[in-house]
Design a protein around this ligand. Structure first.
Ligand code: ZN
Ligand code: ZN
Length: 277
């Protein structure tokens, strides 16, 4: 048990991400309607290729749709985060000069060099341009993931079982332990895929020695846990549905528990960055 008091999140922080999620859901449902997503069993494909689907299947995005998503996310940022507003105005000034195909590719690759070069050219901070480009691609990734969703969620024999997202290759941002059977699922916030993982295994190094994997919680809240690995010093937050509300929104839970990330870092644990590799 930890006696530290959780840090207070900046005002409007959680609300902003709730708005982001609503924005994303709305676009996702719109894109989904336009797409024929017949169910496909992803497991044989994943076993054969041994890499995330995005690396070997076509990811087709209509660039007009992506441009629209990019600009509407930029607008949301302007409306909800005052600090970003000036930069969004700048983006709107140059919106016809931006190469949306390039932005999409670089967002997927999380190409920091590209975005810092763009910052020099445009004056828009790389963090803002990256954020918009990456959030704008998420609804498309969710549609891409759709045909495979069920087979991946029901991959009981852990045909994939790795620590990276089987669809897009990102690192999970959080996991949950299912109330009904105590099984653990990792969650990818890029494409909203959930896949099963061994309960006591590190997502970064695969270590599964019980004595070197443990979790800590903050006093009074046993549902929000931080799994840590003593071998590689990695950590991942976990929501245990057996100890809290059954079925939670993991995207928002991840945001609401930023104080656990700070605590984990203070104790010397780290997370590998999301890099789609
Ligand atoms: Zn993913
Ligand atoms: Zn580890």
């Amino acid at each position: 048990m930890d006696k530290s008091v959780p840090v207070t999140l900046p005002e409007g922080f959680v609300e902003f991400y709730e708005d982001v999620e609503s924005w994303q859901n709305e676009l996702f449902f719109r894109l989904k309607k336009k797409t024929d997503s017949k169910k496909v069993d992803a497991i044989p494909l994943l076993k054969r290729e041994d890499r995330p689907l995005l690396e070997f299947l076509d990811f087709e995005v209509d660039l007009t749709d992506y441009r629209e998503a990019f600009l509407s996310f930029a607008q949301l940022l302007k409306d909800k985060r005052e600090k970003a507003s000036l930069f969004v105005d700048r983006i709107m000034d140059i919106k016809d000069e931006l190469d949306y195909g390039e932005l999409l590719m670089r967002a997927l690759e999380n190409d920091k060099k590209y975005f810092s070069g763009l910052e020099n050219e445009t004056g828009v901070p790389a963090s803002i341009m990256t954020m918009i480009s990456q959030h704008a691609v998420r609804p498309f990734l969710r549609v891409f993931a759709l045909p495979y969703e069920q087979s991946i969620r029901e991959d009981e024999s852990l045909g994939w079982g790795k620590g990276v997202c089987p669809v897009c290759g990102a690192m999970p941002s959080i996991s949950r332990v299912r109330a009904t059977d105590g099984r653990r699922f990792l969650f990818c916030e890029e494409c909203f895929t959930e896949w099963e993982h061994r309960y006591l295994a590190c997502v970064y190094c695969g270590n599964s020695e019980p004595s070197t994997i443990k979790y800590f919680v903050v006093d009074g809240d046993d549902a929000n846990q931080v799994f840590v690995c003593e071998k590689c010093k990695g950590y991942l937050k976990n929501y245990d549905e057996r100890r809290g509300k059954a079925r939670t929104d993991l995207f928002i839970t991840n945001i609401k528990t930023i104080y656990l990330d700070l605590l984990a870092e203070q104790r010397g644990y780290g997370r590998r960055e999301t890099d789609f590799n």
